[in-house]
Design a protein around this ligand. Structure first.
Ligand code: MN
Ligand code: ZN
Length: 659
């Protein structure tokens, strides 16, 4: 009795388990249909789809094949790269049926953890991925480009890092995802560009001459590279998909793969993906379309999908799905040689070209001709942009400018001060004796201020919700240059004056047309050494200036716009070059930075290179020429200019409200 009962329990348990398995098998069939469009059939065929038995699950070809062979003679096993399933075709229906009956719910040891397999019949094994793929246009992989001995010599360069002499000529960093070392010019991960004015001493190591000479001789390179980046990737490390910044480097980029093979993923903007196996000691040559239009990256993982046969030959990985398995990665070191660009890029791929600065910009907007235009321009190219870039922007703004701090420290204790356009609030806490409130048009920036326990609110600088005449002082740092008409810039200053007490002071900073480049000051700056005397200022004022009243309003722009030459389209500024006009769009390269990372107030060196899905945003600026800010202030009757100077690329004034 007892025994029968025991049997019944076991049978019941067995039934439950097989029902559960059948359910999971069914679910697996639905999943492969839904996600991969693979139709399973309910009758026996020679072929099976094996859910969870894919390279994407960390299942190696060898291990799976071993298991499958246990049920019969395998005709072919197709394993698409990175997919969670595989296909097997048996010699006979019987073999396939045997596998079908036995394999469901079986566990198989994969990389990391075991997986449970579920199988279903398929009519035929057929893939779109199997279609003939070719390398991205203009891409070349040259096998055995350097000898084993030479490889060792080159690798020795990366090992040299304790030598202080060496760190000067070749700064080394440990990024989150890999180790890097630069020669010739340092690559700056904040803006994904090089600083042309700061070449590293020593240039490229002479040991690289042979590589470069061979490339010149073979026609891979037309001119000698002057920048070398050595990247070292441990298993599990990678680099996000990116296009090397167009404006930073010339067309051809070459890269040696040393120490181990790796798979590099190339992606066309239309979504086309090509994974290319870069064998050890091979040379990758990227030029034209493959350099400018396709992104490339290395997926951080511990193993790569590689061909079983010819795993050391340069090839497109997914060209034969019947020949793929996993290869455990080893330390791979790349030597990437590039030539820095001295002039903007004029490639034929404007949609991805930062020099041609499209990014999110389809048609560059025009200089506004009406109040409506102006407000729309500022909405699209100031407000929305700051909202998007707030976190990244904030992470680049830490050090308060000393002269602004000086102004705030000069104010009497207990003074009520408003920072109009306070950004991330970097000035709100510099003088604890003041009662400081910040406001900014960007909700996200105000949020950052609040997280830092500062008083801040969202407000437009043209209508600040603060009563007339109550502030002892206010500051407007790098704000007024974002207004796109003279009338609006004037209105912004008048708004500052409105909230000031008679006798109160305002400090204003705006971007100067006159900038310093390559550490050389312009002629003008050499002569003036920054500080402008009252006399200089008076001279810089236009003669036609008439005094206006505090009620000067912003509709009065007709005469103002007429003063400036008509400019149809806004100029897109190239960073680190002189301003070509006074009204321009300045690119901001947003790095892949999560909203949370704004909490860490540190520049994020770990976000290596502009990810493919990151964007170039454009901010509108009106850059002020010498005397222009003073001229604008002088239009307001109640204003007295107390001092004016040049600081950090800005024209600055301290103005007082007359009693
Ligand atoms: Mn690259
Ligand atoms: Zn370009």
């Amino acid at each position: 009795m007892e025994r029968t009962c025991q049997h019944a329990v076991e049978r019941d348990k067995h039934d439950k388990e097989s029902k559960k398995r059948a359910r999971k098998q069914m679910r697996a069939a639905h999943t492969v249909l839904r996600h991969a469009g693979i139709s399973t059939v309910s009758y026996a065929t020679q072929s099976l789809v094996i859910a969870n038995g894919g390279l994407g699950n960390g299942v190696s070809r060898e291990r799976l094949l071993d298991m499958l062979k246990g049920f019969g003679s395998v005709l072919c096993l197709l394993m698409p790269p990175n997919k969670p399933y595989a296909f097997v075709k048996y010699d006979s229906f019987e073999d396939a049926k045997m596998a079908f009956l036995t394999l469901n719910g079986c566990k198989l040891q994969a990389e990391g953890q075991p997986v449970t397999l579920y199988v279903n019949f398929v009519d035929k094994v057929d893939f779109k991925e199997h279609s003939t793929q070719s390398l991205p246009p203009d891409l070349l992989v040259v096998e055995d480009f350097v000898s084993l001995e030479y490889e060792q010599e080159l690798l020795h360069l990366m090992a040299l890092n304790t030598d202080t002499q060496d760190t000067k000529t070749a700064p080394q960093k440990s990024l989150k995802h890999r180790k890097v070392k630069h020669y010739g010019y340092e690559f700056c991960y904040d803006n994904n560009n090089v600083d042309l004015s700061a070449p590293l001493p020593g240039g490229l190591p002479t040991i690289c001459d042979d590589v470069i000479d061979k490339c010149m001789k073979n026609g891979y390179l037309k001119s000698k590279p002057d920048q070398l980046t050595i990247n070292q990737y441990e298993p599990g490390q990678g680099i996000p998909p990116h296009i090397d910044t167009h404006s930073a480097f010339e067309d051809v980029i070459i890269s040696l793969s040393l120490g181990a093979k790796i798979v590099m993923d190339f992606k066309h903007p239309d979504g086309q993906n090509v994974s290319v196996l870069l064998p050890q000691r091979s040379l990758l040559v990227m030029k034209g379309e493959s350099r400018y239009l396709w992104s490339h990256g290395i997926t951080p993982r511990k193993s790569d999908v590689v061909p079983v046969i010819n795993a050391d030959v340069a090839q497109i990985v997914s060209s034969d799905l019947g020949n793929l398995t996993l290869n455990k990665r080893e330390t791979r070191t790349s030597f990437t040689f590039r030539k820095v660009r001295q002039t903007p890029c004029n490639c034929v791929y404007p949609s991805v070209c930062d020099s041609q600065s499209t990014g999110k910009l389809n048609v560059p907007p025009s200089v506004p001709q009406s109040e409506v235009d102006a407000s729309r321009l500022e909405q699209d190219f100031v407000h929305k942009v700051y909202e998007e870039i707030a976190g990244h922007f904030s992470s680049t703004r830490h050090s308060p400018w000393p002269k602004v701090v000086g102004f705030l420290k000069s104010l009497p204790s207990g003074a009520l001060v408003v920072d109009v356009g306070c950004g991330n609030g970097k000035y709100l806490g510099v003088n604890k004796d003041l009662y400081m409130i910040g406001c900014d048009r960007s909700r996200n920036l105000v949020e950052i201020c609040r997280e830092r326990q500062f008083q801040a609110f969202v407000s437009d600088a043209l209508s600040i919700p603060v009563r007339d005449g109550i502030c002892d002082a206010c500051i407007s740092i790098a704000v007024i240059h974002h207004f796109s008409t003279k009338g609006r810039r004037l209105a912004a200053i008048m708004e500052l004056m409105r909230i000031l007490k008679p006798g109160g002071k305002a400090l204003i900073y705006v971007w100067a047309l006159e900038q310093e480049y390559n550490n050389k000051k312009s002629k003008y700056l050499k002569v003036n050494k920054g500080q402008l005397s009252q006399k200089d200022m008076k001279e810089s004022k236009h003669n036609e200036l008439t005094s206006t009243t505090c009620s000067h309003n912003m509709e009065d722009t007709s005469e103002d716009t007429a003063e400036e030459p008509f400019q149809a389209e806004l100029t897109i500024h190239t960073n680190r070059t002189s301003f070509l006009s006074k009204d321009l769009l300045v690119p901001w390269h947003l790095k892949g930075i999560s909203k949370n990372s704004r909490e860490t107030d540190k520049p994020s060196v770990e976000s290596d290179i502009e990810p493919q899905n990151s964007a170039v945003f454009h901010r509108y600026y009106h850059v002020f020429s010498k005397g222009e800010l003073e001229e604008l202030c002088a239009k307001i009757e109640c204003v007295q200019i107390l001092s004016s100077y040049y600081d950090q690329g800005n024209w600055c004034v301290i103005i007082g409200k007359l009693l």
